[in-house]
Design a protein around this ligand. Sequence first.
Ligand SMILES: Nc1ncnc2c1ncn2[C@@H]1O[C@H](COP(=O)(O)OP(=O)(O)OP(=O)(O)O)[C@@H](O)[C@H]1O
Ligand SMILES: [Mg+2]
Length: 565
Amino acid sequence: MRNIRELPELLISQIAAGEVVERPASVLKELLENSLDAGATQIQVALDQGGAQRVQVDDDGAGIVREDLGLAFARHATSKIGSLEDLEGVATMGFRGEALASIAAVARVELVSRARNAAHAWSLAAEGGAPREPRPAARAPGTTVAVQDLYFNTPARRKFLRTEATEFGHCDEVFRRVALARPDLAFSLKHNGRVSAHLAPQPAEARAAALLGAEFAAASVPVDARAGPLRLHGLAGTPQAARNRADAQYFYVNGRFVRDRLLAHAVREAYRDTLHGERQPAFVLFLELDPRGVDVNVHPAKTEVRFRDARGIHQFVFHALKRALAPSAAESPVSYATVASQGSAIQAALAMQEPVMDYRAAPAPLPVSAKAPPLGYALAQLHGVYVLAQNEAGLVLVDMHAAHERILMEKMKAGLDAGAIERQRLLVPAVFRAEALEVATAEDNREALEQLGLELTVAGPNELAVRAAPALLAGGDVAALARSLLAELREFGAAQVLAARQNELLATMACHAAVRANRQLSVTEMNALLREMEQTERSGSCNHGRPTWYQLTLADLDKLFLRGR
Ligand SMILES: Nc1ncnc2c1ncn2[C@@H]1O[C@H](COP(=O)(O)OP(=O)(O)OP(=O)(O)O)[C@@H](O)[C@H]1O
Ligand SMILES: [Mg+2]
């Protein structure tokens, strides 16, 4: 063992740089954020060899006055905060006074800056952490920072850099994150001298379309919700537009791109009923709140945050997104008065597993004179699977099982909101091994569990027993259900789990209770199904995210038959 001694300044910076400067993309992120903080309106990025050779950012922001130039490279020197109070309410991207110092410790940096009312610019170079004397230079107001030869003096780290294409890919992603957040600013990106993006200031939707593709913009719904000081806005991809990879998920907190477990969970929950399996939603969402309500000083790259009122934020994001994603099949309000009563009667009949129906008891056919409802009137049933209906636009095709499943789910959900899930006592309690923490969670959350239809008792220090389970699930693997509920209760607390797991239970129940394929339906039953769909939230897709109905317009059909009209 050696004696304890103080490290030289450069080594300290290099160690610190390890946290901040992971790869060229991290340099780009820091430079872009500095330009944003400087109030730039035009930002130009130039990269060479994936950024390993050069990362350069030009802006037209406030610039740095000559006296401050040297300090820009000093560690813990910042113009952005001055006190703990400032830190707690930080509204800028930067606040540590760490980025340029770290970058200068592991690369050759040149800074050219001209403050708005300075006579000319000043340039300052730093290499391996040591800045030289500032020299007069020429440029318009604003700042250019050029970072060359990343890790030139730390060869071990340089070896960790990946191929040019990979490093450029990371830089491109950083660029996209910043450009998505600031559609009001102009950006350009060059790689090895070739322009790879050029963005003029534009509305948020247009920026999203430019960066994520027109398909994303076309298959997404606007989100804009407020609750007191909280606001969530942006674009949420529809369930039908979900992808196999989570490669288009952008969540920002006060303009800062974050990867946050709490927010990710809230989003996942909002999509839960409508997404199939592992499908990943696409979204660009901005959460705005009082900066004092969020701590950004938790992660070296500032990509994680901590909320003061985590539960409240979760609830807000979850509900705001869910509401935005839940339009019903009916575009415009239609009078259902004439069909409502028979609708519910037929619905009750449909919900039964009984295949036999008394058609004579069915009410009279629908009035033809009334304005046709959005999904139209039923014509026939196809192969016991699809309902065919005629509406104003043309032909409507409905997957009857999927549609019915969705309707049942939404109905049960509404019923549940009013009370608790119906329970059934198990003849033989299902005993399972549990950890001490699970046992404690079960005891602490007895009430919430009961509302969810589960009654758990402690059977031993490491054993829990399920004594009652949701009536419709009593035959299933109730121990597994109890386990995952306990895990979620522990992590997110009773209130949220109550809302979230409910939906999953309901989806399973609905699937069993929904009308099966190959059941003959009368025209009246089919019409009732259509009317229920129109009145049901989220009826456009089933509980697994597949569409429940499809419109073929007359124009579509004409095209099919090569018929000009
Ligand atoms: N593009 C720029 N325009 C104007 N001033 C800049 C620019 N880049 C850096 N600065 C000045 O240099 C200082 C140091 O920048 P640096 O990125 O190292 O720290 P910071 O942004 O204050 O904090 P952080 O380490 O969290 O990024 C900033 O506080 C700012 O005053
Ligand atoms: Mg900074």
